[in-house]
Design a protein around this ligand. Structure first.
Ligand SMILES: [Zn+2]
Ligand SMILES: [Zn+2]
Length: 168
């Protein structure tokens, strides 16, 4: 039947999210409910923002970003991040400036961190191919699945095209 077509929940529409974010919001609601966490609009919005690939904001940047759509306080952001980390819906990493950043891209991935522009990108890894050659890690069972713990440092394509790494 035609009218049985799915439509976004009223909550999403009232937030006036761009299309991509609206579908991530729906996904965030489902993820939170699967973890038995009450999917308040604040939590769902914060998680939706973090689900985007390659997005690793600090708590302050996340708060600023979320406030474009909904008024979210510092404490709410802090508590939500703490909760998401506990149930492994997001991961954290420390950048070269010592700042804690958060990400919610859920595929197994490593982080590529650019030493010049300080951006961090998510790159998917195969769970079949180990990152470290076997003899080097003899006896180790390496974790290649979620959450990602590996950060590789270098120059991103843009910075790499104008700069050369100094030989060590
Ligand atoms: Zn990540
Ligand atoms: Zn760069």
């Amino acid at each position: 039947m035609e009218q049985a077509k799915e439509r976004p929940s009223p909550k999403v529409q009232s937030l006036n999210l761009p299309e991509e974010l609206a579908s991530l919001y729906e996904r965030a609601v489902a993820l939170l409910e699967a973890k038995r966490i009450s999917a308040t609009p604040h939590r769902a919005l914060l998680l939706a923002l973090l689900l985007r690939k390659g997005y690793h904001p600090t708590a302050e940047e996340l708060e600023e970003d979320a406030n474009q759509y909904l008024s979210v306080g510092t404490t709410t952001v802090y508590l939500a991040l703490k909760m998401f980390l506990t149930v492994q819906l997001v991961h954290s990493l420390v950048d070269t400036a010592g700042k804690v950043r958060y990400g919610g891209y859920l595929e197994p991935h490593v982080h590529l961190h650019c030493l010049i522009c300080k951006t961090t990108t998510d790159v998917e890894v195969s769970t079949e191919a180990p990152l470290v050659q076997e003899p080097l890690a003899e006896g180790w069972k390496l974790q290649t699945s979620y959450p990602p713990m590996v950060i590789l440092y270098g120059l991103c394509p843009i910075c790499g095209s104008v700069t050369h790494l100094e030989p060590a």
